[in-house]
Design a protein around this ligand. Sequence first.
Ligand code: FES
Length: 106
Amino acid sequence: MVKISVTNLAGQTSEIEAEVGLSLMENIRNNDFDDLAAICGGCCSCCTCHVFVDEESYEKLTEMDEDEQYLLEDSENYHAGTSRLSCQIEVDDSMGGMKVTIAPEA
Ligand code: FES
């Protein structure tokens, strides 16, 4: 378990105990953040699991693949350097202290 801070669409921030090995999306959903629709269930085809990751943590993440990049760049809320699809991030022990903000749906 690692502590990750999650901010919802209303601007309220909570700290969750994220389970290593699950995706960031699954961890956010498991902690009752209904703002994160994640309607494709993690298949990288909907962009409704879009989050903004704090810049320091973003730099440490594995690079996104072409499908993720394409979906994000098509979103009007895309911000280079912070935007990721949370279903494409597998939580690991290095992610403690990460801060994520759920992005508005485009
Ligand atoms: S849940 Fe659909 S792209 Fe992440």
